[in-house]
Design a protein around this ligand. Structure first.
Ligand code: DC
Length: 224
């Protein structure tokens, strides 16, 4: 039996950085599930498919050929057929479209087994929105990470700046609020903590403090 740690929370709560560091510390495979929704969005945009149209998006799924690989450093790489697309997935246009396609039932159903298969075959730290509630309801540890919208937007803005982008902070905050709203209020798999999730608010913690708190919770839980 493999172990699984589910980490859910809103955009910019620090899930991916913290989940990656946690996975390294406990030698588990880090699975970034947001990247696979982003891959669907990326493919739709490139094919000129309206990401708000459920039938149109559903029609491209069978040809998706999504593959996940991990580098020797444990970094997840996403491929469509043999094409590496990981770097393109963080662009703001892809973020907004990913939030739209993730509200489509056919997309969620299609990606569910991909996610569960990775968790069956590996010890995983998996991050997303519905990992503790839907994808891995029997996860050994469930964490719900949060932080205020301003703090999360600031973190995402700094990330974009570091990548050489010139998006304004206001635009990033607005996009964050819109995405939160959609992710929380969608009828299927809305963003919410599982009943047995442990809540961790990182608004007033540095990254290192947040990681330390996370590691402590997970090590305690896995010991039992
Ligand atoms: O974590 P992220 O920002 O890379 O996620 C991109 C979008 O995908 C986000 O708007 C919500 C959605 N998502 C989801 O619905 N379920 C997941 N398990 C992961 C992401």
């Amino acid at each position: 039996m493999n172990y699984s740690v589910a980490i859910d929370g809103p955009a910019g709560a620090g899930k991916s950085t913290m989940a990656r560091r946690l996975a390294q510390a406990i030698s588990f495979v880090y699975v970034d599930t947001g990247a696979i929704y982003r891959a669907v969005a990326y493919d739709a945009i490139r094919k000129g498919v309206d990401t708000k149209n459920p039938e149109a998006v559903a029609s491209i799924l069978q040809q998706l050929h999504l593959q996940l690989h991990w580098s020797a450093q444990g970094v997840q790489q996403v491929y469509l057929a043999d094409e590496p697309i990981t770097d393109a997935l963080r662009l703001p246009a892809v973020s907004a479209a990913a939030s739209q396609v993730s509200a489509i039932a056919a997309v969620r159903d299609f990606l569910l087994e991909t996610q569960r298969a990775v968790a069956r075959e590996n010890n995983v730290v998996m991050d997303g929105r519905d990992i503790g509630t839907v994808v891995l309801p029997h996860a050994d540890v469930k964490i719900f990470l949060s932080a205020s919208a301003e703090v999360r937007a600031k973190r995402r803005w700094l990330e974009l700046q570091a990548a050489g982008r010139t998006d304004s902070f206001e635009a990033v905050l607005q996009e964050m609020n819109e995405r939160d709203e959609r992710d929380r209020n969608r009828p299927i798999a809305p963003l919410r903590p599982a009943d047995d999730a442990i809540l961790l608010d990182t608004s007033h913690l540095t990254l290192e403090q947040s990681i330390e708190a996370l590691l402590k919770i997970v090590q305690e839980k896995l010991k039992r």
